[in-house]
Ligand binder design. Sequence first.
Ligand code: ATP
Length: 251
Amino acid sequence: MIPLSHPRYRSLVTRERLAQYAKEGIVTLEGLTAHGRGEAFDYLLGERTTDSAIVAERTAAALLLRARHPVISVNGNTAALAAPEIAALQKASGALVEVNLFHRTEERVRLIENLLRKAGSEVFSGEAEQLLPLPHDRAWCRRDGMYAADVVLVPLEDGDRCGVLMDMGKTVIAIDLNPLSRTARTATLTIVDELTRALPRITGACQDLSAADQDRLIASLNNNYLLSDAIREMTGRLSHALDREVPPGHV
Ligand code: ATP
């Protein structure tokens, strides 16, 4: 009997949840396809957190703790997949939580903010302005929120906005299962791990990193190494993929 905690069941439950949130207007159809891309890369990773991702998660905690004005940027997929985990990270890191959407309507912003609040986040929701130099709706953010941030955590980001935030001189932390994406390659720090595995580890590290650990992690940050290691993990697993029996539950 395959336990219900098996990754295969977890991913089916997650898909059902996303489909439900899509019906409610929180997740877009484009968001569903982005999730599928993430699942494919997670499959290559073996649906587990690698050692280099753990280092990246601890480094992310150090950057958030050392920030003057840290902001967690939340889109529809992030809210649907991880609203309680975002609330826990906000408490541990002191970061602002701000909604930023590619497909932006006032109604969607309100739905996502409500979902986050219900899960325990304090959402920063002042007047949004078109402040980022982007030709689409992700340009909208708050002057005292993301626009003023020195460190921004961008789970499931698109490459354009990541590049713009970097050009503005911000430290950008991405969570992206695809180590080849423009976001992954542009950000200051990329965590190549699944969102709901990554967030609790960042929160845990926020609670127990010493000042000396924070200094050491920030000083040794090397995003190219982290991405290369993720690619090594994937190619290593692929080269031996047919040596293993089909694991139970992989239908
Ligand atoms: P880019 O613009 O950066 O080149 P992209 O076109 O893939 O990448 P999006 O589709 O906006 O941009 O980004 C979604 C990214 O999030 C994808 O790279 C996908 O691998 C990743 N992703 C999707 N779901 C998850 C998840 N649950 N955890 C971590 N990463 C995920």
